[in-house]
Design a protein. Structure first.
Length: 110
């Protein structure tokens, strides 16, 4: 699927950022559905998927932040727009890793 911008929209930095976001999200490979028998690698794949989506969303947010920082009449700390999605998914990614590690430990103990 390709996302085309109209000539008027192509000058809008927010439309460009949104189109790039959509295009990048569509490029992300979604983990397979493991069905009834989940493996540690399935949980690890979900954690990686969360990371991939967060990275793409962080790119979008950085583009928005760049516009805010460049066009505000006041001092804006552009760092507030950096890695917000990645940071916001740390706990979720940790839980995916933790489940995978516990599964490995349980199988090793059995």
């Amino acid at each position: 699927m390709s996302v085309l911008l109209s000539p008027a929209a192509s000058r809008n930095p927010f439309e460009i950022a949104r189109s790039h976001l959509i295009r990048r999200l569509l490029e992300i490979v979604v983990p397979k559905n493991p069905g009834s028998f989940w493996l540690p690698s399935d949980f690890e794949a979900i954690g990686e998927h969360i990371k991939d989506v967060a990275e793409v969303c962080d790119e979008w947010l950085a583009a928005i932040g760049h516009q805010v920082e460049d066009n505000a009449h006041f001092n804006v700390d552009g760092r507030d727009f950096d890695h917000a999605f990645e940071a916001g998914t740390d706990d979720a990614r940790y839980e995916c890793r933790r489940v995978a590690e516990r599964m490995v430990d349980e199988r090793s103990a059995a």
